[in-house]
Design a protein. Sequence first.
Length: 526
Amino acid sequence: MLRRLAAFAVAALSLAGPAAAGTAVASATFVFSGHGWGHGIGLSQYGALGYAQHGSSYTDIVSHYYPGTQLGPAPARTIRVLLVDTKKVVTVSSGAGFRVKDGLGQVHQLAAGDYAFGRGLLFKLDGVTQTALTGPLVFSPQGAALELNGKPYRGTFTAIGGPSLQIVNTLGLDAYLYGVVPSEMPYFWDAEALKAQAIAARSYALATRKPGGPFDVYSDTRSQVYRGVSGENGPTTAAVNATRGTVALYGGKVAETLFYSTSGGRTAAIQDEWPKAKAVPYLVSVPDPYDTVSPYHNWGPVTFTGAKLGTLLKAPGTVTDLLPTANPSGRVGRLTVTATKGSLTLGGADARIALGLRSTWFSVGELLLVPSSTAVPYGGTLQLTVGAKGLTGTAVLEQHLSAQPWTPVALPAPAADGSYALTLSPTQATWLRLTVGTASTSVRVNVTPVVTLDRSLSGTVQPAVAGGTVDVQRQDGGVWTSVGTATLAADGSFAAPVPPQPGIYRAVVPAGGGLAAGSSPLLQVE
């Protein structure tokens, strides 16, 4: 489904003729469509849901997405989660009395309530007088969960002062998963899918623990989203309990069980998505037939102008051509970008991030809607080039004027490169729209009145609008100053109400009646 786009934008422009001097001409619109959401490596969450709905057990689901792994006991029972690393002040509280142990080993009993402190670990033990405690501080609950900034968490808190304040939540591994699984997968999904997610989340947490240091995992997408007690839900808690202490193992080690939303129909091998990664025997490309339950199984179209692509991809100029190259997993492994001032090549994952696409499994099409000018003098003609590449559907060209519906424009026979060349004679501002399937692009063409001015400061305006006004202006020190306003006669003629003086003049007609503002050529009066 990956195809090279012929760089027909330049050729098509030649069919339409050269653009007017000083006129910016629109480039092609690139259309991205694809499958899946996420990196595509490991377990597809929607795919797991589909398997569960078709009767698969969580053990079957895990073994499918991580082939060669086996379920076994987790090598750890607790985990340390970094909750805070940027805040200057936090508040630790509890609805019951609790205690804090300082770095010297001294235990301080605290009454129920709120206790705010910063990186200096200045603490009001009695609720009144600030005392500097030696860190790290370990807060332990007694009868009620501890809260951090009003949010409850299981386990203990460790506060580490210094250049930045860190709060680490230490708790049981399965208690941690109570707050993770419903944050990563909807709690109301099929029980077997939730159990598979619990296995994946438990294994991933242990496989990616940071060696040494004060914490094991982050509480956000740098690891897994963890929301503490407030994120817990009954069905997901039951799924964690049903798989208690169980992880996926490969060669006796905990597997790095990557997961994501939607594969699009087939998962990706890790080295295909991330070329710098080493191949992993259980992170390989496998079919994902039930991923079709996902609303993100297919996505698009997503459109970009060549200029926008140039900015997002940091290309040398406006993008004129894209060449996606597929990797063995069927995704874009490499994207070659041709621009007006050079070219570059990006990895598929880098291109996906730069463009904000859902996945690297995408194809690129092109819509071409190129007017020879975006401003046409009244009575003049407009050359328009229309084309489409890499898209499914019939090309439909439409136009509309202000406050009027879209109406079709007949397309002539295509040129050899598949594009269409048309000549239009718009009499007022006109929107043009090209649609192929669900992808579309549009452009506005303005029409300007034709204004003349002679040495007597008389002139004409076409189209004639009896009673309209013309502002005659003279340049004074680089600034245009009005010297008089004239009224149009029925034939479009006018005469300025002042005699000419030496200088540079112009006649300006304001926008109105579907026409853009217009101006006469500059006139030198000696």
